[in-house]
Design a protein around this ligand. Structure first.
Ligand SMILES: Cc1ncc(COP(=O)(O)O)c(C=O)c1O
Length: 361
C-alpha cells in the first residue's frame, strides 16, 4: 500500500531525497563518514554551504543585496529576532494578524518594541478570510510591517503582496509557504521560515534579509540573536545544525530538477484545486475559507457530522493516508499539501473521502 503523509510539519520529504539520504549516510561525498561527522569548517561542508546558497539564489532569482542566513531556533525564534534587530524599543512595528501564528508573533514582538496590530484580532473561531483592511495608519517612522502570508492552521493564504506605504520594510513569516511558488523578494525587507515543511527537516531556519536592514540592530543584541553574526560568517559562527542543512541542500536540488518554483506553483495550484473542488461539491465535507483566500499548502476541512471524526481518522490511517487531524486549536481535519506531496497523493485522499462519504453519508 502506498503511504501518503499529510502532516503539517514536520512534513513529508520527497522520496528521492530520502533515498539519497539513505545512500549518503555511511559515506558522504567520499569522506568515509556520514555528513553528521564532518567538520562544519572542512572543505566538503563549506562546499555544501556554497552550493546551497547558489541554489537558493538561482531558484528565487535573488538580487545581490539580499543575504541568505541559516539559523537555529525555528520560526518562533524569529518572532524575537525580528523586533530585536529591526526596531528600537520606542518604535512602532505593525503586525497583520489573521490567525494563530501572527498572534504569537505580535505577542513576542511586544516585549521589544511598540508592536501594534493593523486592526484588532477578534477571533472566537478561526478566521475564514483575510480581514478587510487598509494601510492608512502606517506612518513613515514604522520600523516594519509583519505578516504571515500563509496561516497554517486556518488555511488562509495571501495570493498578492501587501501594498505597504512609505517604503516601510515588509517582513514575512513564510514558514508554511516558502518555495511553493516564485517570489519577488524586492517586495520584502526580510522573510524567514523554518525548514520542516518545504525545505527539509526541523532544526534549521532560513532567513533572507536586505542588506540595509542589517545595520539597524543595536549593539546589545545577543550575539547569536543578531542577524549580522550569521551574515558575516556565512552562518558558520558557531557549530550549525549540519544535518538539516544537508537535507535542505538535497531538497533544493530536487526542486531544481523538478523544474523550479514555476513548476511547483503550477503543481500546487492543481493539487489544491482538486481537493477544494471535491469539498465544495459535497455536503458531507466543508471548508469555510473565502475561495480567493484559500491556502494551497494547508487545506482544513470539517465533516458535517463531527461524531464521525474519529472514524474518519482511523479509516484514513488504515488506507495509508497519514496526518489528517486538524490542529487542536481549530479542530476538524487538515491536509497539508507541501511541495513534496504528489498529485497521486491528493487523488488518493479524494478517492478515500468520496468512498467514506458513500459509506457514512
Ligand atoms: C506559519 C508558521 N509560523 C511559525 C511556525 C512555528 O515554527 P517553529 O516550530 O519552527 O518555531 C509554524 C509551525 O507550524 C508555522 O506554520
Amino acid at each position: 500500500m502506498r503511504i501518503y503523509n499529510f502532516n503539517p510539519g514536520p512534513a513529508m520529504l520527497p522520496p528521492a531525497v530520502k533515498q539519497q539520504i539513505a545512500e549518503d549516510l555511511p559515506n558522504w561525498r567520499n569522506t568515509g563518514v556520514s555528513v553528521m561527522e564532518v567538520s562544519h569548517r572542512g572543505a566538503e561542508f563549506r562546499q555544501l554551504v556554497d552550493e546551497t546558497e547558489d541554489l537558493l539564489r538561482q531558484l528565487l532569482g535573488l538580487p545581490a543585496n539580499y543575504r541568505i542566513l541559516f539559523m537555529p531556533g525555528g520560526a518562533r525564534q524569529q518572532y524575537s529576532m525580528v523586533p530585536m534587530n529591526f526596531a528600537r524599543p520606542d518604535q512602532q512595528a505593525v503586525y497583520f494578524v489573521q490567525g494563530h501564528w501572527g498572534k504569537d508573533a505580535i505577542r513576542e514582538a511586544g516585549k521589544f518594541c511598540r508592536a501594534r496590530p493593523l486592526m484588532p484580532y477578534v477571533a472566537d473561531r478561526p478566521y475564514a478570510q483575510i480581514p478587510e483592511h487598509n494601510f492608512d495608519s502606517i506612518t513613515p517612522d514604522t520600523a516594519y510591517f509583519h505578516y504571515t502570508p500563509n496561516e497554517t492552521l486556518e488555511g488562509i493564504e495571501w495570493h498578492h503582496y501587501p501594498d505597504v506605504p512609505h517604503d516601510v520594510p515588509v517582513v514575512a513569516d513564510m514558514t508554511s509557504n516558502m518555495l511553493s511558488r516564485p517570489l519577488d523578494m524586492t517586495r520584502f525587507g526580510a522573510i524567514y521560515g523554518s525548514a520542516q515543511k518545504n525545505l527539509g527537516i526541523a532544526g534549521i531556519t532560513l532567513g533572507i534579509v536586505r542588506e540595509g536592514l542589517l545595520d539597524r540592530a543595536p549593539e546589545n543584541v545577543p550575539l547569536m540573536l543578531d542577524y549580522r553574526t550569521y551574515a558575516n560568517s556565512q552562518s558558520l559562527h558557531n557549530t550549525p545544525p549540519t544535518f538539516p542543512w544537508y537535507v535542505a541542500n538535497l531538497v533544493l536540488n530536487w526542486l531544481k530538477r523538478e523544474g523550479g518554483l514555476e513548476a511547483m506553483a503550477a503543481r500546487n495550484q492543481k493539487k489544491s484545486a482538486l481537493l477544494y473542488d471535491f469539498i465544495d461539491g459535497s455536503d458531507f465535507y466543508h471548508n469555510p475559507v473565502r475561495s480567493d483566500h484559500r491556502s494551497r499548502m494547508n487545506v482544513p476541512f470539517w465533516l458535517a457530522d463531527e461524531s464521525l471524526n474519529e472514524r474518519f481518522l482511523t479509516e484514513s490511517r488504515e488506507a495509508g493516508l497519514l496526518g489528517l487531524k486538524g490542529h487542536r486549536f481549530v479542530g476538524g481535519m487538515r491536509a497539508s499539501l507541501y511541495n513534496a506531496m504528489p498529485m497521486e497523493g491528493v487523488q488518493a485522499l479524494v478517492d478515500f473521502m468520496r468512498d467514506f462519504e458513500k459509506r457514512h453519508g
